[in-house]
Design a protein around this ligand. Structure first.
Ligand code: GH3
Ligand code: MG
Ligand code: MG
Ligand code: MG
Length: 321
């Protein structure tokens, strides 16, 4: 059986190119069997880590991202199936395919393995062609799964964030605010909102260009996001209007935060592509607070907007309640 490994030839064919460079973890106590598999997979330009005991496999699996586990059923007295079910139990390794390697006389264990979540299997002595084919299928599947997960994460993120600034969008903020207001019934704590708008922002666009305006929006959002508490939420409400939702904050507390944000924004000029000198940007802020779980989100936001309008009327770069 050993000669079959040499008969495969070397190098990576065009078809295999797309699936080279996979991170594979091999759990095998038999060093001879292991070295054959390692040599073969290395020839196919995969990176193989070799572990001789289950504990090592679990540890490495937490640290490093693998495309495939190859696990021998017999791990020198330790149970390979037990290892497989542990790999399935850990978040980091749950979705990594597992190839179970077993002797023909142990094929009866396969059903149990598949139950645990083993993805495919190989019977010893391993036929290299079969090893290649089964690895390829599993690696492909893994990469497809990763791509899908990425796409899904991105589209979920797109549904609730504003693409320019990365903060929450208005739709998500509305839902969040509805929930925060309803929770007043349980917490008996008020909910405050800040609404702010950049002062004379049109001038920034007109003088330094739209790209400079966009940069101001990004930097401003970052400054504010960094300055609020973890359980407060910043959202882009409209063009250059933002809202901060502050659960469990009285109107005095919200006013203090608003003042701090106003100073944070105005104190440090912002570098933009359209101007040699950094621009000093100021904001006006309106604060509104409710202690009524029945108040509508729209009505609370309308009060914050009115306060914002007052701040503009008072000469801008200030906070009104
Ligand atoms: P005020 O102090 O009264 O708020 O004056 P203002 O010039 O800021 O007036 P207003 O709020 O009405 O103007 C908003 C401007 O913001 C108009 C629009 O061109 C600009 N704007 C809205 N969204 C964006 C954006 O995504 N990028 C850029 N660069 N500009 C935007
Ligand atoms: Mg306005
Ligand atoms: Mg404005
Ligand atoms: Mg505006």
């Amino acid at each position: 059986a050993s000669s079959r490994f040499e008969s495969i030839g070397s190098g990576v064919s065009d078809e295999d190119e797309a699936i080279s460079n996979a991170n594979i973890l091999l759990a095998e106590t038999n060093d001879l069997a292991a070295s054959k598999i390692i040599n073969f997979l290395t020839e196919l330009e995969h990176n193989v880590d070799h572990c001789r005991n289950p504990r090592e496999v679990i540890e490495l699996g937490q640290e490093k991202s693998y495309d495939l586990f190859i696990v021998a059923l017999d791990l020198g007295g330790e149970d390979g199936l037990r290892l497989c079910s542990q790999l399935r139990a850990h978040e980091e390794t749950r979705h990594v395919p597992i190839l179970l390697v077993l002797e023909e006389e142990n094929l009866s264990q396969l059903a149990k393995g598949l139950d645990i979540g083993v993805t495919d299997y190989l019977v010893k002595p391993i036929d290299p062609n079969e090893l290649r084919a089964r690895c390829k299928t599993q690696i492909k599947r893994r990469r497809y799964h990763d791509r899908l997960t990425d796409m899904l994460k991105k589209s979920v993120a797109m549904a609730y964030t504003d693409p320019l600034t990365g903060v929450f969008n208005r739709r998500y903020m509305n839902a969040h605010l509805d929930r925060a207001i309803m929770e007043i019934a349980e917490t008996a704590k008020p909910v405050s909102t800040l609404m702010f708008d950049i002062d004379h922002f049109k001038k920034v666009n007109d003088t330094y260009g739209h790209a400079s305006g966009d940069e101001v929006l990004k930097v401003l959002a970052k400054r504010v996001a960094d300055a609020i508490r973890d359980f407060d939420m910043l959202a882009r409400y409209g063009g250059e209007e933002f809202v901060v939702i502050m659960p469990s904050a009285s109107s005095e507390q919200a006013f203090t935060v608003a003042e701090r944000l106003r100073r944070r924004v105005g104190d440090k000029p912002i570098e933009v592509p359209g101007s040699e000198d950094p621009l000093t940007i100021t904001i006006s802020v309106g604060v509104a607070t409710t202690s009524d779980p029945m108040e509508m989100a729209d009505s609370l936001l309308a009060r914050a907007d009115t306060a914002l309008y007052d701040a503009k009327s008072m000469g801008r770069n200030c906070v009104c309640i």
